[in-house]
Design a protein around this ligand. Structure first.
Ligand code: DGL
Length: 264
């Protein structure tokens, strides 16, 4: 057992969709969340840049005493997690688009993956696509501009609706029945997506499975927090902390934070 915190990071607020699930499943654990807002978006960066930024954040979390790091970013996982595992000694949990469950459960045999350019061009995504494309048509859709919508808190606006229509309307014509949310920012657009699709699509969000995987590793490695843990939940941003704080406290409605720290 150890009361050291779980580290979670993303390029911005998107990883909060994973943090929420971890918080729900492991309420006794202390958490340090890091949003690399100064370098967001990761999706448009080269692999080398994503590795460099991810390694810097991982070092920060290790210096904070984290016992495990959850890479709550599909782009960073698909491009950098192998390097992080080689560099640091603590365990890492990553997130990649839920191609497998969507392919297995699709009834029409056509699914789409909405993700960043970085994820879609990565070897990890393309291996998964290859593996499951035998019986299922897998349509990749680059939705990087939606990251900015979530970062700016523009969910529920006409702009969000317009961009989503542009991406989703052609997919509906191709009779997809699953849309994989292949970027951790996108679960914050679920209400907007449902305004367009109603209940005609299953939206696959891997975040709950990532929380379960984190629990499994903590249990297996004897790293769970003790019942007497004095839980702390701290948020850091390499940029403006304002949006992160607003998301956590007002949009998600979590009021028990220990602290928020940003650079501006
Ligand atoms: N939230 C991140 C992901 O899951 C990336 C967003 C970005 O920085 O482009 O891919």
């Amino acid at each position: 057992m150890t009361d050291r915190p779980i580290g979670i990071f993303d390029s911005g607020v998107g990883g909060l969709s994973v943090w929420q699930e971890i918080e729900r499943l492991l309420p006794n654990e202390s958490i340090v969340y890091y949003a690399d807002n100064a370098n967001c978006p990761y999706g448009e960066k080269t692999r080398e840049e994503v590795i460099r930024h991810s390694a810097k954040v991982a070092q920060f979390l290790v210096d904070k005493g984290c016992k495990i790091i959850v890479v709550a970013c599909n782009t960073a996982t698909s491009q950098a997690i192998d390097c992080l595992r080689e560099t640091f000694e603590i365990p890492f949990v990553g997130i990649i688009p839920a191609v497998k469950p969507a392919s297995i459960n699709s009834k029409t045999g056509v699914i789409a993956i909405l993700a960043t350019a970085g994820t879609l061009k990565s070897g990890k995504f393309n291996e998964a696509r290859q593996e499951f494309s035998g019986n299922t048509e897998i349509i990749p859709v680059e939705g990087g501009e939606l990251v900015d919508i979530v970062e700016k808190g523009l969910q529920g606006t006409k702009l969000s609706e317009k961009i989503l229509h542009k991406h989703i309307d052609p997919l509906m014509e191709r009779h997809i029945d699953h849309l994989v949310l292949g970027c951790t920012h996108f679960p914050f657009l679920i209400d907007d997506i449902k305004k367009i699709t109603g209940n005609r699509l299953v939206l696959d969000n891997p975040a709950p499975a990532i929380a379960k995987r984190t629990e499994f590793i903590l249990e297996n490695e004897g790293l769970m927090a003790s019942p007497l843990n004095e839980k702390q939940v701290v948020f850091f941003s390499s940029g403006d902390i304002g949006m992160l704080k607003n998301m956590v406290e007002n949009i998600i409605g979590f009021k028990s934070c220990t602290g928020f720290y940003g650079n501006s």
